[in-house]
Design a protein around this ligand. Structure first.
Ligand code: BTN
Length: 238
C-alpha cells in the first residue's frame, strides 16, 4: 500500500478530513492524500476542534479502501506509523497514549482522527506538530502539547508519514499488537476514564495493557478487570 498518490494540497481549507471524505465518496483511489497549510475548522476526536498555526504542522488525511478484516486494528496501526515518522524526524522516543495520541517526553505531539464508512473507505486524519513553539499553543489545551522541533520540516514529515503509513496499515495484527505494547504510554499507570463499556461510566484504575482486540484493559481497586473499547482515558498524576 502506498500513500501520497494522488495528493491534493490546500493553502487553506476547513478540514482535510472533510475534503478527503468528499473525495472518498466521489471514488478517489486508496492512497489519495489531502494536506493543507492551514485549517479553519480542523476536527479532533470526540467532537473537539484541532488548531495549528499555518505551515507549522502536518495536516494530513489519507484515504484507505476498501476496508476488511485486515484493518481491524487500524486505530492502533496509525499511531505506530506516526511514531516511526516522529522518531525519523528527531531524537525523541515516541509513545502512544491509547487509543491513538502520540507523545514525546510526556507531551502530545500528534493526534489521529479516523473517520470510516466500512467496508467502503476510511479517512486517516493526522495532525502532527512539527515546528510550533511552546508559546504558540493555545493555553486551554486539554493535554500538554509539543512539537517534533530539531529543524524538522512539514515536507519531511509528509514523506515519512506516507512511507510509514504504507507499511503499517497492512501489517499483520500480531505485529501491530506487539509494537503497540512496546510503545504503550499508559501501562502500569493510574488512569481515570469517562465513557467506558456502558457508554456513561466513569472509573479509576491501573492501565494493564492492550487486549487482542485493541481495547485498553484497566484493573480497578477491587481487582476487577475491564476492557475499554471507547471513551476518554486520562492519565492520573501521582
Ligand atoms: C485528536 O487528537 O483529537 C485528533 C486530531 C486530528 C487532527 C487532524 S489535522 C488533519 C485532519 N483533518 C482534521 O480535520 N482533523 C485531522
Amino acid at each position: 500500500m502506498r500513500f501520497g498518490h494522488p495528493r491534493r494540497h490546500f493553502l487553506r481549507t476547513d478540514s482535510t478530513n472533510r475534503r478527503a471524505r468528499e473525495l472518498a465518496e466521489g471514488g478517489a483511489p486508496s492512497g489519495t492524500v489531502v494536506t493543507a497549510e492551514e485549517q479553519t475548522a480542523g476536527r479532533g476526536r470526540r467532537g473537539r476542534s484541532w488548531t495549528a498555526p499555518a505551515g507549522k504542522a502536518l495536516l494530513y488525511s489519507g484515504i484507505l479502501r476498501p476496508l476488511d478484516q485486515r484493518h481491524r486494528l487500524l486505530p492502533l496501526a496509525v499511531p505506530l506509523a506516526v511514531s516511526d515518522a516522529v522518531e525519523a524526524l528527531g531524537p525523541a522516543r515516541a509513545q502512544v497514549k491509547w487509543p491513538n495520541d502520540v507523545w514525546i517526553e510526556g507531551r502530545k505531539v500528534a493526534g489521529v482522527l479516523i473517520e470510516a464508512r466500512p467496508p467502503r473507505w476510511a479517512v486517516i486524519g493526522v495532525g502532527l506538530n512539527v515546528s510550533i513553539a511552546d508559546e504558540e499553543f493555545p493555553p486551554d489545551l486539554r493535554w500538554p502539547a509539543t512539537s517534533v522541533g530539531h529543524g524538522a520540516t512539514v515536507d519531511a514529515a509528509l514523506a515519512e508519514l506516507d512511507d510509514r503509513l504504507g507499511e503499517w496499515v497492512d501489517a499483520p495484527p500480531d505485529r501491530v499488537l506487539a509494537a503497540y505494547r512496546e510503545r504503550d504510554a499508559l501501562r502500569g499507570r493510574g488512569v481515570a476514564w469517562e465513557g467506558g463499556p456502558a457508554g456513561s461510566e466513569t472509573g479509576r484504575g491501573i492501565a494493564a495493557g492492550i487486549d487482542e482486540s485493541g481495547n485498553l484493559v484497566v484493573e480497578q481497586e477491587s481487582g476487577r478487570r475491564l476492557a475499554l473499547g471507547a471513551g476518554e482515558v486520562h492519565r492520573r498524576l501521582g
